[in-house]
Design a protein around this ligand. Structure first.
Ligand SMILES: Cc1cc2nc3c(=O)[nH]c(=O)nc-3n(C[C@H](O)[C@H](O)[C@H](O)COP(=O)(O)O)c2cc1C
Length: 256
């Protein structure tokens, strides 16, 4: 399969075979991850690989009880990390310039780029992954469990293992909606409706196929996908709460 077809065959995997991931394969995909572009070649990130059953059980609650946390043989947490670099700078008599928001952003981007390299490398080895946004939403609790020092913050994470399901392809927005040629192209109301029309259909159907969700959607009188996103999945209350968690944690981790 050529690279484009391979990358386009991606599906998030939430159910895994019991089969372990051999250490050589794990090391191979992690090494590929570390070859991702990185700001100033600083590699301001750390990759925490969790396979221990007890530790994964502890991580289950901050990951909102998503079964894949304990079911997958491996859980990987990618952290923004200026701890190591700052120590090196300090030992070398350099100035401390990395305890600020800009450094946090640089390290977060580095961590995310490395994570996607590992994800692609894993998929190339026949493994499956599923990112978990709970890594950031519960960064404080996950940071405590993973014993993170100052200037280290969990940003993205995913479950990893051999797929035990073949999920359907999830519709993406049309190319024209996300690609802007030369400058930003503003869309009219009609164009916005058109952009989301396919997703509206397949997405709404998918949520309605889950009995517990269907019950909630019907009892709340939700009649479209946009409202599922804002009334059920990403409520104002939850997002304000997570924003506070992240801001408080990056501040307590000495990034502000
Ligand atoms: C940053 C990020 C966080 C995500 N968090 C979750 C999550 O917590 N639980 C989950 O089941 N899927 C999660 N996903 C997976 C998305 O739901 C999935 O990528 C999207 O629906 C598209 O489906 P596909 O990856 O199969 O193409 C996350 C994806 C990303 C990139």
């Amino acid at each position: 399969m050529n690279f484009h077809n391979f990358a386009k065959s991606h599906r998030s995997i939430r159910k895994y075979k019991e089969k372990k991931v051999p250490v050589e394969i794990l090391d191979k995909i992690l090494e590929t991850g570390t070859m991702a572009s990185t700001s100033g070649n600083m590699q301001a990130y750390s990759i925490i690989v969790t396979t221990d059953k007890e530790l994964k059980k502890e991580l289950l609650v901050p990951h909102f009880n998503q079964e894949m946390v304990t079911q997958a043989p491996v859980l990987i947490t990618f952290c923004a990390d200026f701890h190591r670099m700052r120590e090196w700078v300090r030992i070398s008599g350099g100035e401390n310039n990395f305890d600020n928001f800009m450094s946090f952003m640089i390290a977060s981007i580095d961590a995310t780029l490395a994570s996607q390299n590992v994800a692609l490398a894993a998929e190339a080895e026949g493994l499956g992954i599923c990112y978990m946004g709970t890594t950031l939403a519960s960064c404080d609790e996950i940071g405590r469990i993973l014993k993170l020092p100052q200037n280290v913050v969990p940003i993205v994470g995913f479950s990893l293992g051999y797929p035990d399901e073949t999920p359907e392809f999830r519709e993406r927005l049309p190319m024209d909606a996300v690609i802007h040629r030369e400058t930003y192209q503003h869309s009219s109301t009609e164009e916005i409706k058109e952009i989301y029309s396919k997703k509206e259909e397949s997405g709404f159907k998918r949520y309605m196929e889950v009995p517990e969700l269907r019950e909630k959607i019907e009892s709340l009188g939700i009649d479209n996908l946009a409202k599922i996103y804002t009334t059920l999945k990403y409520t104002e209350e939850s997002h304000i709460g997570y924003s506070k968690t992240v801001l408080d944690y990056i501040s307590s981790q000495n990034f502000m």
